[in-house]
Design a protein. Structure first.
Length: 238
């Protein structure tokens, strides 16, 4: 696809307020002429990530002259049904452990499948043809709904389901966290890296009382450790 044709397409970014989705929003703003965002309140323990979204959107709109006119509406949906389906360390105050099937109990079954399905319905209503998510098979904790094959199959199903070609873009699919920091640097320079570091939220335990060199968080949960390790590896490369 030519750059000019790509720039005429419109995108809906699954935007949580975390590092990955913020980097994906920058990636989409660099490519598409019209970009909307969608977030989901599913009863997550780290709900503070949702509070980060407005600040991030406002700051990113000012980051580059061509990004501000491209960034359009935001949509926030309540999806508390996920909590009714069973206990998870992402939604309940329980310790983070491995389950009998080998997956961490931070796995919320069907979460990304549901998110993309709802995003597809909104994309249909809004006339958007690209959906962008921050899933990564490199740093995915074994979550089966983050795998490339899962999302390729879902793209086919959703396109058939709304009788309209939809594209699911996952720009972080084969990147590790160090690569994700580097992508932010490439997209928006030191300003975007600092915005990601200070204003995004990743910590599963909802901690924002301590600012580390890699951002806010408890420093001990799997999400914090992954983010910290990626930042350290990235800075070591430079």
């Amino acid at each position: 696809m030519t750059a000019s044709r790509q720039s005429r397409r419109s995108a809906l970014v699954l935007f949580s307020g975390g590092q990955d989705s913020t980097t994906c929003l920058a990636w989409a703003l660099a490519r598409y002429s019209h970009v909307e965002t969608i977030g989901f309140n599913y009863g997550q323990r780290h709900r503070v990530e949702l509070d980060c979204r407005a600040t991030l959107r406002n700051r990113m709109a000012e980051l580059r002259l061509d990004w501000k006119p491209r960034l359009s509406e935001d949509h926030l949906l309540d999806v508390d049904v996920l909590r009714q389906l069973g206990t998870s360390a992402m939604t309940d105050d329980i310790a983070i452990t491995l389950q009998a099937d080998g997956l961490p109990n931070t796995f919320v079954p069907g979460r990304n499948l549901l998110f993309f399905t709802l995003a597809a319905a909104l994309a249909y209503r809004r006339g958007l043809d690209v959906m962008v998510g921050g899933m990564s098979q490199t740093d995915y904790s074994g979550y089966p709904d983050c795998r490339d094959n899962t999302l390729k199959a879902l793209q086919v199903a959703l396109s058939l389901g709304v009788d309209r070609p939809l594209t699911l873009e996952t720009p972080l699919m084969w990147l590790d966290k160090a690569d994700t920091w580097e992508l932010a640097q490439q997209l928006g320079g030191a300003t975007l890296v600092e915005l990601v570091r200070v204003e995004t939220h990743t910590c599963y335990l909802n901690r924002r009382d301590t600012l580390h060199d890699w951002g806010y968080g408890c420093g001990e949960c799997p999400a914090c450790k992954l983010r910290a390790r990626g930042y350290q590896e990235w800075t070591a490369r430079r």
